[in-house]
Design a protein around this ligand. Structure first.
Ligand code: ZN
Length: 209
């Protein structure tokens, strides 16, 4: 049995999703909650060990295959301990019904380079880390790793912007499908577990296509 290796930059990152942004968009759910490391260039070298650790925590259960390039898992038995739904009687569908489209499951994405995942609808202007003003034309001012702010005339790394929980920039993502913005919130116990497994801090955001 191989032990989970500490992140080593010498080994190529095992990428489990296509990195073409057009393809990425089509592999995302319509409304999802995402968890990702705060460190944008963090990746796991031993993906099977990482996934096994997630299964041990009860966040995810067994894998089901809809696309060979992506890792799709049923929610685990402790899922509702980790993700708190707002409202008194949430009805969460954990298995595919006839339409096979919208139900709550978990996808693991890992890319060879950090990717910005941001909502198509309800896109929010990120706040500049230097002047804290919203950069409304950020899509025009963005490179693969930085954004220029016209307000203060500074260029900063994408990860330093405040995305206000509507975007994330990382290599590794845990996507939980069929959650609308602020419909459900990850508990601190989950963020702590992810931090223990990976050795880095985690954050979350919402995505709507
Ligand atoms: Zn600025």
């Amino acid at each position: 049995m191989k032990k989970a290796a500490k992140p080593e930059r010498t080994i190529p990152v095992p990428s489990i999703c296509p990195t073409d942004p057009a393809v990425i968009t089509s592999t995302h759910g319509q409304n999802s909650l995402y968890l990702c490391p705060k460190q944008a260039d963090f990746s796991v070298d031993d993906l099977p060990a990482f996934i096994h650790a997630l299964q041990t925590t009860g966040l995810i259960a067994e894998k089901f295959e809809t696309q060979q390039t992506c890792q799709h898992y049923f929610t685990g038995e402790k899922y509702l301990d980790y993700i708190a739904y707002m409202g008194c009687a949430p009805s969460v569908q954990f298995e595919a019904s006839n339409d096979k489209e919208n139900f709550c499951f978990i996808k693991i994405h890992q890319h060879s380079m950090a990717q910005l995942v941001h909502s198509q609808k309800q896109a929010r202007a990120p706040h500049c880390p230097r002047c804290n003003k919203p950069v409304k034309n950020w899509l025009d001012k963005k490179t693969t790793s930085s954004i220029h702010c016209d307000s203060c005339n500074n260029t900063s790394d994408i990860e330093r912007f405040n995305w206000r929980k509507m975007a994330g920039y990382a290599q590794l993502f845990i996507e939980i499908t069929d959650i609308f913005p602020r419909e459900a919130i990850p508990q601190q116990s989950l963020l702590d577990k992810l931090s223990n497994i990976s050795g880095v801090d985690w954050q979350y955001f919402y995505y709507c296509q």
